[in-house]
Design a protein around this ligand. Structure first.
Ligand SMILES: NC(=O)c1ccc[n+]([C@@H]2O[C@H](COP(=O)([O-])OP(=O)(O)OC[C@H]3O[C@@H](n4cnc5c(N)ncnc54)[C@H](O)[C@@H]3O)[C@@H](O)[C@H]2O)c1
Length: 107
């Protein structure tokens, strides 16, 4: 079975934890990339997790070959937009809670 190619958006506390778990504990997953508005943080996470790709935005990461799913672990106010962008690109999504910061954005 082919491994599921996954990228993590936002590698602060939770994103880093998701990335480490995917990298080390989920054999069905292949952590392909991380992205963060803080490019040094993304680069450092990629280096420590021994993955090739780090990006500064979701849009850049979505171009990563073989990426099928995205974990969204940015601050709350960025979740809804990131979900829309990743869904429009046809990716499967795991979004940290909350999905959105108001009901309108959640629909
Ligand atoms: N920390 C926890 O215990 C915890 C538990 C459950 C859920 N959460 C949820 O996880 C999410 C992240 O929390 P955290 O504690 O990891 O926050 P954090 O501040 O530690 O990390 C957020 C990261 O996202 C990056 N970022 C900010 N805006 C971005 C954008 N537009 N695109 C890409 N990267 C961006 C920041 O540079 C930072 O590295 C929040 O929604 C929070 O509610 C956190």
């Amino acid at each position: 079975m082919a491994k599921l190619g996954i990228g993590v958006l936002g590698v602060g506390e939770m994103g880093r934890r998701h990335a480490e778990n995917l990298r080390r504990l989920v054999p069905e997953a292949r952590l392909l990339a991380v992205a963060d508005v803080a490019p040094d943080r993304a680069r450092e996470a990629a280096s420590e997790l021994e993955i090739e790709h780090s990006y500064r935005s979701l849009e850049d990461m979505l171009a990563c070959k073989d990426l099928k799913a995205v974990v969204i672990a940015t601050p709350d106010k960025f979740h809804a937009k990131a979900v829309q962008v990743a869904a429009a690109a046809g990716k499967d999504i795991l979004c940290e809670k909350p999905l959105a910061t108001n009901l309108v954005d959640a629909y």
